[in-house]
Design a protein around this ligand. Structure first.
Ligand code: TRP
Length: 456
């Protein structure tokens, strides 16, 4: 690759050149969207990019249903990095989304070498037990284990027909040495992401996947496979209008009017087009340019704001004929907080992060010895100021513990100007982190009986 970034979801090092990631992978910046009640993660651009989040916001504003799905590998202890994902899930739940969370036990088994039993134990004790304390409503949240929902594996298998090893190589950097369970894991994740759209799991509706940007390869794969599996392509026309074209595939060619000998079956094709026109007439269109022979149909009077409705008609029609009818998932991406030691946060390096089961004295110790952006002497610090951009205590206040933007701004300015010393910033962080953790653990204890409600 010509110096391009490769994102490896399983690697312990990730690029933090977020603008380049946006440009290279075609993400959309979050700046252009007007979010309803943005959380501190949005306000601070920690959640910095998305794909198709506008589809979700339009569904919300039209009071249509939408869902949120994410997943976590139960590979160790839940830490602050994982908390960011759940905070975003909670934000979508407050906007009205139904919530599904995958416990990625198959993935952890394939890529981290944990047994499924260990995964179950970790998931219950270390992860799910925290969710209600983080505000998720157990009545409106469904958590499942990948190994116990065979349908996600089945979808991965079915959609797997639409990709091949070269594509897996170019997305993930897999090679001849890669074990096959590892190759399967992303396909299971594809199944995770799309299965809430099945009728048994809530039916056709937009699904948004909040994740760390390291997970974007899975979204690229899923979006590619869903769009390749669609029976109808939908595109905005160059001169306005919306254009529909048939996507003939092995498993739909007869329904779309191609005979086994490859010839056009005019009767089936004409019939298909009349039905399609009828469905589109139902949602208010009357003017069409049809070319059944070429398999195209244009709606000149449609505008981009009709896109979602037309897409829904097409997917519903596809389903009625036996297709999967999956919409491409939307996604949001968060940046990574620095590890407390100055490099990456990781559950395998206990001093690099705060675990949700840490005791207050551990938290104090970790913050005290965290990487600081202060100068080496007080005199220098007073004179030149510190750098909050690399100061772990400041960064953790910004990412996790200080909700008030004004207070944060004062801390930032005070630090830069040298008024606030590195040790003082740490003390403030310790105080905030401890009070957050105390209340988190209290609510967690009170709600421990709710764990099973999440699993239904
Ligand atoms: N791969 C994710 C991780 O590394 C876990 C995961 C599994 C996931 N299925 C998912 C994330 C579906 C988002 C959506 O933690």
């Amino acid at each position: 690759m010509d110096g391009g970034i490769r994102i490896d979801p399983w690697s312990s090092s990730q690029s933090t050149d977020y603008q380049r990631i946006i440009d290279q992978f075609g993400l959309s910046s979050l700046d252009s969207l007007d979010l309803p009640s943005p959380s501190m993660l949005h306000r601070r651009k920690i959640v910095f990019a998305h794909r198709d989040l506008d589809v979700i916001l339009r569904a919300k504003s039209k009071e249509n249903s939408f869902g949120v799905l994410t997943g976590l590998m139960p590979s160790g202890r839940m830490h602050l990095g994982h908390k960011m994902v759940i905070d975003q899930v909670k934000w979508f739940q407050d906007l009205g989304a139904d919530v599904t969370i995958a416990v990625a036990d198959l993935e952890a088994h394939a890529t981290r070498g944990l047994s499924l039993d260990e995964c179950r134990k970790n998931a219950l004790q270390e992860y799910i037990s925290n969710y209600s304390a983080m505000g998720l409503d157990p009545e409106k949240t469904s958590i499942y284990f990948q190994s116990e929902r065979p349908i996600v594996q089945r979808i991965g298998f079915t959609l797997g027909k639409k990709t091949n090893l070269s594509e897996m190589e170019s997305i993930y950097g897999f090679n001849g040495e890669t074990n096959l369970a590892h190759v399967q894991a992303p396909l299971v994740q594809v199944g995770d992401i799309v299965h809430p759209m099945l009728d048994e799991y809530g039916g056709l509706r937009p699904i948004v996947v909040p994740v760390g940007v390291d997970q974007d390869p899975h979204l690229r794969l899923t979006r590619g496979l869903t769009s390749k599996s669609n029976w109808f392509n939908l595109k905005s026309g160059k001169k306005g209008g919306l254009n529909i074209s048939l996507s003939i595939q092995d498993d739909n060619s007869q329904s779309l009017g191609v005979s086994p000998d490859g010839k056009l079956n005019r009767k089936v094709r004409d019939d298909l087009f009349s039905k399609l026109v009828e469905k589109l007439t139902h949602i208010g269109f009357s003017d069409f340019i049809k070319n059944p022979k070429h398999g195209t149909l244009s709606i000149p009077s449609a505008t981009n704001s009709d896109y979602d409705d037309v897409k829904r008609v097409l997917l519903t029609f596809e389903r009625s004929m036996g297709g999967l009818g999956f919409l491409q998932p939307a996604s949001t991406y968060h940046k990574f907080a620095v590890g407390m030691t100055g490099d990456k946060m990781s559950s395998s390096k206990p001093n690099s992060t705060i675990f949700l089961t840490d005791e207050l004295k551990d938290i104090q110790k970790k913050i005290k010895s965290a990487f600081s952006g202060g100068k080496s002497t007080i005199e220098e610090h007073r004179r030149y100021g510190g750098n909050p951009d690399v100061d772990v205590a400041y960064q953790y206040l910004m990412y996790f513990f200080e909700d008030d933007d004004q207070v944060l701004k004062e801390l930032n300015e005070g630090y830069r100007s040298g008024k606030i010393l590195a040790g003082e910033m740490k003390d403030i962080c310790i105080e905030k982190a401890s009070s957050w953790m105390k209340s988190h653990q209290e609510i967690k204890d009170q709600n421990s009986h709710l764990i099973n409600d999440f699993l239904i």
